[in-house]
Design a protein around this ligand. Structure first.
Ligand SMILES: NC(=O)c1ccc[n+]([C@@H]2O[C@H](COP(=O)([O-])OP(=O)(O)OC[C@H]3O[C@@H](n4cnc5c(N)ncnc54)[C@H](O)[C@@H]3O)[C@@H](O)[C@H]2O)c1
Length: 256
């Protein structure tokens, strides 16, 4: 594979599993120095990458914890000197009917899915500004445009991601930094496979099929389907593209 990301330092949150893992594998193949940040161990991904002569390390961190993220930022900047690309991918998606949703569950969702992006960006954007180059890629969801019941807290967090992306892009564009979002559809990952049946009693497998049938490309979404979009957004080919949300969902969302 072409080494178009040779020596870029790429920090990927939630890189131990699912989409983040596919991101880590892809950009490592393209020459990046990958820093995986996850609350669970990522040794397996790091081993896979290093066995193929790629470069990866892992740091344990809860990205919703301000002090843990501050310490993580210090460690990464001491170790690598910089972060060229920040991929804010870690997220949670437990569904819950609105009447049953507690304030604590709401806060937890916003903390992990949105506050974490603010906290991570605070660590690495100043260095990107100094070097006049940087990429921030934030994970939102096509469910923002395909709203389903039981996801008020999730959709609110992912709408916040789109707003944060646009606003941060507006502040950073003059300094060579782009900020974009990727919106996947329902994708086969450990997170979606572990979910409980939804309100209609549909299992994850049934939902993969139902989503596929609504897509222009009628097959279930896999984590590696998202990786090309990340690689593009990190590249110089995407240097004039910022503040955008890319729907990478087999054409499920077909209007703004
Ligand atoms: N899979 C889908 O269908 C889908 C669809 C749209 C958007 N997304 C978004 O894509 C991203 C990845 O989803 P996925 O399906 O790969 O999830 P996943 O559950 O399979 O993997 C998520 C990873 O993030 C880590 N993580 C979660 N909370 C964390 C925290 N507080 N601190 C550090 N690490 C944490 C987990 O340990 C895990 O390794 C999420 O932001 C999700 O909302 C997923």
């Amino acid at each position: 594979m072409e080494k178009r990301h040779q020596n870029k330092v790429v920090v990927i949150t939630g890189g131990a599993a699912g989409i983040g893992r596919a991101f880590a594998q892809r950009v490592a193949q393209e020459g990046a120095n990958v820093v995986i940040v996850d609350r669970i161990p990522a040794d397996e991904v790091v081993d896979e990458i290093t066995k193929e002569n790629g470069k990866a390390v892992a740091h344990a961190c809860d990205v919703g914890d301000p002090e843990a993220v501050r310490q993580l930022g210090v460690t990464i900047l001491e170790g690598f000197g910089r972060c060229d690309v920040l991929v804010n991918n870690a997220g949670i998606f437990p569904s819950c009917r609105f009447e049953d949703l507690s304030y604590e569950q709401w806060r937890q969702m916003i903390t992990v899915n949105l506050d974490s992006m603010f906290l991570m960006a605070k660590q690495f954007v100043p260095g990107m500004r100094q070097r006049k180059w940087g990429r921030v890629v934030n994970m939102t969801s096509n469910s923002y445009a395909q709203v389903a019941p039981g996801l008020t807290h999730y959709i609110a967090s992912k709408a916040g991601v789109i707003g944060f992306t646009r606003a941060l892009a507006s502040e950073l564009g003059a300094d060579g930094i782009t900020v974009n979002a990727i919106a996947p559809g329902f994708t086969r990952t450990p997170g979606t496979l572990a979910r409980k049946p939804n309100f209609n009693g549909m299992t994850s497998e049934q939902l993969f099929e139902a989503h596929a049938n609504r897509q222009a490309i009628p097959r279930p979404s896999e984590p590696k389907d998202l990786a090309g979009a990340l690689s593009f957004l990190m590249s110089d080919d995407a240097a004039f593209m910022t503040a955008q949300t890319l729907y990478v969902d087999g054409g499920q969302v077909r209007s703004g």
